[in-house]
Design a protein around this ligand. Structure first.
Ligand SMILES: Cc1cc2nc3c(=O)[nH]c(=O)nc-3n(C[C@H](O)[C@H](O)[C@H](O)COP(=O)(O)OP(=O)(O)OC[C@H]3O[C@@H](n4cnc5c(N)ncnc54)[C@H](O)[C@@H]3O)c2cc1C
Length: 423
């Protein structure tokens, strides 16, 4: 058993992505005793475009990891691009004028997530890694978490693994959204029906690519969308989403080709910008994939648990704001939780926190989710993307305006500023 897991704790956080690690750090900074459980071993790659907005850089400062992130990250992103068919259009990214950073940067998730977890440990968060929260039973004040110790993504499901039952008063679910969360003991399992429109996410890294530093192009192609960016050490990240039916049709022409390799070939065939950026480039590592994605708000009604990051709500990744929302939701929730000592959160207070947090979350992000859904439909449908390309050719400033609306120049949601002095 990891040192400390049997000690008294005020809260257990499920998942050490940006949302879970940030929540653990903030609660610990407020004096809470926190257990953070992560099922995979770090450093690990993750399907993600890896762009951090200017607002995220400011929040990472408040978490005490800003310098470590900026030391390692790629160059500042000053320009936004639109790559659709043979068209390559470029415009300025809007600067964030309210906060310490004007532009975002990109950093591999292997680095970012490890930096956040290291900070959590330094502060005294008890880390259980690898460990998978299999189920959460009970009620606020007395949850029983069943944790499979040593669980990893690749663990043999048939092999019996040691499990530990941990009792905690408060549980924060930050397990993301691309895999089933912990069981809740009700025995109800909901499976989503398979649909041709289901979106699958892919990501790979390349060396010796020729994308200009500081350019953040959006890729628009039939049945999907994506993005390119130069991250740390001139490593290019290519990430995107494609519909199930589009990928299946394309793979039908390429028997024996893996889904990731087929995605890459489809992008090269559909998009001149991808062909030119990857000419002479070498893929480092394999393609990663996840899905299906279901972008939506998940904070529908008060629950026994608290939710942050993608577990609370998810946007189409076209706008590259998922990590920013993950960090901001951690600040929002932690703000409400930290307003009183952990032991003072009874059922009535928890309900108030749920309501206030949900309302703050929706004020901050609901519009962005709707906008991202519209952008995604435009990018994926050739009739619309061709019309938009014509428009952008005549008026590239519209790209700047669209990035502005998507939140690229926005400061973090108001409540996070309450924590300016905390780090
Ligand atoms: C193609 C694509 C491109 C994207 N590009 C960008 C981008 O450029 N910029 C951006 O900001 N966002 C981007 N995103 C979105 C971003 O990746 C997510 O919004 C972000 O990772 C959400 O963070 P999180 O902490 O909520 O969840 P995650 O990062 O998914 O972390 C959840 C963690 O919980 C762990 N876990 C899961 N279940 C359990 C369990 N039962 N017990 C213990 N641990 C568990 C997982 O191993 C994982 O480490 C992109 C997404 C996709 C699909």
């Amino acid at each position: 058993m990891p040192k400390g897991i049997d000690a008294d704790a005020d809260a257990l956080v499920i998942g050490a992505g940006p949302a879970g690690a940030a929540t653990a750090i903030l609660l610990r900074m407020a004096g809470w005793r926190v257990i953070l459980v992560e099922k995979s071993t770090y450093p690990r790659q993750k399907v993600c475009g890896e762009c951090l907005s200017a607002a995220s850089l400011a929040l990472l400062d408040q978490l005490g990891v800003g310098a470590a992130v900026r030391d390692r990250a790629g160059p500042e992103l000053h320009q936004v691009g639109w790559m659709s068919g043979n068209s390559i259009l470029v415009a300025d990214l809007p600067p964030c004028t309210d906060g310490p950073y004007r532009y975002g940067r990109a950093l591999g998730r292997d680095h970012l997530d490890a930096i956040l977890v290291k900070r959590a440990i330094e502060l005294g968060v008890i880390l259980v890694q690898p460990g998978k929260v299999r189920s959460v039973r009970g009620e606020l004040g007395d949850f029983e978490c069943d944790i499979i110790m040593g669980a990893q993504e690749c663990a043999d499901p048939g092999r019996s693994q040691a499990s530990v039952i941990r009792r905690v008063p408060i549980v924060v679910d930050a397990h993301g959204s691309w895999e089933r969360g912990p069981e809740d003991g009700t025995g109800v399992t909901s499976r989503m029906p398979r649909r041709g429109s289901d979106l699958f996410g892919f990501k790979a890294s390349f060396v010796d690519a020729t994308l200009p530093q500081g350019l953040l192009p959006v890729l628009a192609f039939r049945g999907g969308y994506g993005g390119l960016v130069m991250a740390e050490d001139r490593r290019l990240t290519l990430a995107g989403c494609i519909r199930r039916d589009t990928l299946a049709r394309w793979r039908g022409h390429l028997p024996g080709t893996s889904a990731g390799a087929a995605f890459e070939q489809y992008l090269r065939a559909s998009c001149r910008g991808v062909r030119e950026s990857l000419a002479g480039a070498l893929r480092s590592g394999s393609w990663l994939s996840i899905g299906p994605l279901r972008p939506q708000i998940r904070l529908s009604k008060p629950d026994r648990l608290f939710y942050v990051g993608n577990a609370a709500g998810e946007t189409h990744p076209l706008i590259g704001e998922g990590m920013s929302m993950a960090l901001q939701s951690a600040f929002l929730l932690a703000g409400y939780l930290m307003a009183q000592p952990a032991h003072a959160i009874d059922a009535t207070r928890a309900l108030e926190i749920h309501r206030a947090y949900r309302s703050a979350w929706c004020n901050a992000f609901a519009l962005r989710l709707r906008l991202a859904a519209i952008y995604a439909q435009v990018a994926m449908r050739p009739v619309l993307s061709v019309a938009v390309t014509r428009l952008l050719r005549n008026c590239p400033q519209l790209l700047t305006a669209a990035a502005h609306l998507a939140g690229k120049a926005r400061k973090p949601a108001a409540q996070s500023l309450l924590f300016e002095g905390i780090a």
